[in-house]
Design a protein around this ligand. Structure first.
Ligand SMILES: [Zn+2]
Length: 308
């Protein structure tokens, strides 16, 4: 079985992570623009970060045989710095149109302040204008209300539910998200929040339609193998393989592939990974022998994963 992780922050992860992800069957990933754990103080930091997502990180991923896409946006936390937010809004269109950018994201609410609302709406308008998809980060506090509001405002701004992936769902939010026609993504964190045991129960109860599993792995305690591990657990618990495949691969492709930036042929018919390649003169290697043209994914390699 092969996998897509449609929400993972690889700039915070290591080359070991890339190797383990490829070995576990992850063929493509989406890296949403987010904050860094501490606020940026200048628009220049933002510009360099966005350039990194569409540049070096995309290259770095390719060196391990994983296709890298990203979403571009002003996150809700940093939206609260209005002077910075205004400057970031000015540079977003330039990045949204770059190759490999599959959506405006991750945007939405954190504390649900008026200023977050202002920039959420401004970015929804931008998505509509550019005919792009939207990836929504729902708040960790007041989640139910924040999720409802995220959908209300998307509809109010004229963005179609089918063009919006609502992320960080839980048992309280999923029904409404599905009923209203949005995509419902679930972030699987180790030992907390949406653990993979709970995801199995959600799959049992709601089936697989428009449901997406991701890791949101970043600089915090998180697991870049959350998608394959959850797939393994779902299979072990008797969820049908076609449903597991939909939640851990097919639905992410169907949702984020709508605008044509993400295509299955990108990884089914790829140029072989070539670690002799450079990006602006820089390599991922530190004296190692470059691996060239090796299939990064051994068929059935999910079987080799160690599960707790
Ligand atoms: Zn994220």
């Amino acid at each position: 079985m092969r996998f897509i992780d449609p929400h993972i922050h690889m700039t915070a992860r290591t080359t070991d992570d890339y190797e383990r992800m490829a070995a576990a069957g992850i063929v493509a990933l989406i890296e949403p623009a987010f904050w860094l754990g501490q606020p940026r103080t200048q628009v220049g930091s933002y510009i360099d970060y966005l350039s990194n997502l569409v540049g070096w990180e995309r290259f770095r991923s390719s060196q391990f045989g994983i296709r890298h896409y990203c979403t571009i946006g002003l996150n809700s936390k940093e939206a609260n710095n209005e002077a910075l937010a205004e400057q970031v809004m000015d540079v977003l269109p330039r990045y949204l149109l770059k190759e490999g950018v599959v959506a405006v994201g991750e945007i939405g609410y954190d504390d649900q302040t008026a200023i977050e609302d202002k920039y959420y709406r401004a970015q929804l308008a931008l998505a509509k204008e550019l005919d792009m998809l939207v990836q929504v980060h729902t708040p960790h506090r007041d989640k139910k209300q924040g999720t409802t509001r995220s959908m209300d405002v998307a509809i109010e701004m004229g963005v179609k539910p089918g063009h919006v992936v609502i992320d960080h769902n839980n048992e309280e939010t999923v029904q409404e998200v599905l009923d209203r026609g949005f995509w419902a993504a679930f972030t699987i964190y180790p030992n907390t929040k949406m653990g993979n045991e709970r995801m199995v129960e959600i799959a049992r109860r709601y089936g697989s339609e428009r449901i997406i599993v991701d890791s949101s792995a970043d600089w915090g305690v998180s697991d870049p193998l959350a998608v394959p591990k959850t797939a393994r657990l779902m299979l072990d618990r008797g969820i049908a393989a076609k449903d597991v495949e939909a939640m851990c691969y097919g639905n992410a492709l169907a949702a984020f592939g709508q605008t044509g930036q993400m295509k299955e042929e990108h990884w089914t018919n790829p140029a072989p990974a070539d670690q002799r390649m450079l990006f602006e003169g820089n390599s991922v290697l530190r004296g190692q022998t470059p691996r060239v043209g090796e299939a990064p994914v051994a068929p059935g390699s999910i079987e080799n994963l160690v599960f707790k």
